[in-house]
Structure formats: C-alpha cells, structure tokens
Design a protein around this ligand. Sequence first.
Ligand SMILES: [Zn+2]
Ligand SMILES: [Zn+2]
Length: 368
Amino acid sequence: MDMLRNFPGLIPLNKEASVYSGYINIYNEDYRIHIELFENKTLEDLELSCDWKLQQLLHGYTAILKQRLKQCTSLCQYLLEVKSLVERQLEGRHNSHQGGSSQVCAQLLGEVEHLGWDRLVSIDAKFQTLELQCKDKKGRQHIMKVTLSSQHPRSAPRCVVDLPGQFHVQWKSTSSLECLYKQFESAVYMYQDFIDVMVELDQKTWILEPEKPVYSATYRRIAVSTNASLQISVDHRHPRTLPECRFLGADQAVVPLRESLNSNLHLWDEGKGLLENLQVLLGTQLPSPATSSKEEFSVECGICYAFRLDTELPNQACSDARCGQPFHQTCLYEWLRALPSSRQSFNTIFGDCPYCSKPIKVKMPVKR
Ligand SMILES: [Zn+2]
Ligand SMILES: [Zn+2]
C-alpha cells in the first residue's frame, strides 16, 4: 500500500513482490530504477540498479545507503531515504555557491570513511545524529551518540555516552569525528575496571535498583535476603574501594548484617572484586540468578500491592520475625496516620502493623 502511494511508478514484477521495476519521481524528474530482493527477502540483500542520472546523484553514497538499509524495516522506507538523499543533493547543487549542506554531508562521509564504517552504528537520514560504537577490553559494546551542530565542524557536536562521570569533549574547528572517537575510546578504557566490577554484580546478584542498570549508574540496590537489601554507592574512579553501604529492610534482618559488615571491615581487599568483598564482609553468599528467582526478593508492598511506587521500593518492613511484611514508606506512613490508635512524635509515627498488629514505626517520608 505504502509503496503504491509513495512510488506509483514502481511496479512489482512478480507475485511475491520481490522484483520492482519502473520510475521514481524526484522534483518532477523521473529516474529509472530496478530492485531485486533475494530469496528470504531480507532488505540487506537488496540489489538496486538505476539509470545514469541517478547513479551520478548517488555517487559516493553507496556505503551510507548500505548503512541506512540496516535501519530500514521496509523497502518503502528505504526508497524514501534514497529519495531524500537525492533531494538533498539537488538542493545542494542549487545552493552550491553558498556552500550548501551537501558539502557538509560529503565532508562527514569522508570522516566516517576514515574512521571505518564498522564503527558507525546508525546515522539519521538528515546526517545530523549518528551513533558510534567502541568495544571495551571485554568485548562489550559502548555507544556514543553524536549530534552535529549546524555549524559543523566550526562548533562542537553534542555527545552523549553511557559512562560514569562527566564526558567533556575537546573540540577545535579543525577537529574531526576521529578525534571525538579517540576521546570516547579513552573514556571507555578509563572506566574499564568500574564497568567490570559492576557488570559482575549485575550478572551474579539480584539488582533491585536501578531497574535496568546502565554503565553510568554508580549505585546498586542488591537483594541480600527476602526482607533485606543493601544499597551501595561506588566510587567510579576507585571502584575497588569499600563503597558507601546502606541497608534497607526489616530490623531483625538488617541488624545482624550491619554488625557483620562493621566487624569485618578489615577484611576488605582492594585486589578483589566488589562481589567477593561484599560477601566476605556480610558473611553470606548474595542470592544469585543462578539459584533463585527475582520474585523472591522483589516482594510487593503490603498496602498498595505494588513493588514500585514512582521510584520508591518497599523499604520498610515489619520487624516481627514471623511477619517481616515490607511496605513503601509513603504507604505505611499514610496508613498509620489515618488510624486513631497511632501516635506521632516529631517526624516518626508509631502504630500497629497492618498484617500482624505488632508495633511498627515509620518516619515521615521526605517530599522529593
Ligand atoms: Zn505501597
Ligand atoms: Zn507485621
């Protein structure tokens, strides 16, 4: 349907619609093209042949078209990109005396060529945003998203990376994509150790927060038992030093963990990874995806029956050992406040557990 509406001059030559032949019209000019999709019909195997005029316009863009083809999900989408590329070329010719946009395109393509096409993950049809990839020493992929300024290369592009700390780009008007890439690569290498220790935690423990850990996140909330978790904040420059630790959960679970941690602090060994050190200090193995399911540790709040309330997790728990029911701080506070039997002293409210009626207390949540 889309093909017919966008390219009425292009006709499928067979039932499977794997061969098209005809014309595409760009700026009131017809260009003859012939397209063949092979066997399984994946777009990447597409073969496009066209007349001499169109060939001239697409000259030098073969690699970029191949790259774009990977991002396209339909033939129609791909042809629309070919069309917009040609339109830009034609506009560029009209404006060539002003140094039109096609000149910038050509320069950019030269820079990508120089850098290597395998490092380019994607580029948009307007050639304004591109993603470059770099593999770290463990073969993990890292992406830098680059948005070129309209003054490129006179003013610096905007770069976004998923790495801890700040990423400031050094840029001069003579700089190129390659020097951006070098800065990106050295930042990735600089944080290699941080990434390694965090990924080990992410793979071998249950991370309750962040929901989807990214490389830039320096904190983790790790499940320790069904009613206790440990929140750590890691120094990304010194990832093997003792992180800031905070326990969350029911008192009867948290108190022994805190005692164990404090009395074993001298056992921390910076030659080892975070996971190993934490387990030594806590005197226990942390629950692992290899032996347990996450549901055991993401126990929902006993009042609202959800695990996540905005960004809040159920981090208050009844301290009665047989109950141990977790609650969101906000939920428990609101619940107790509504009961006439509760009493408040400064910012703490005392009442009965909604589950087992044993005494429970909660601090007033800090409004964020
Ligand atoms: Zn709740
Ligand atoms: Zn209770």
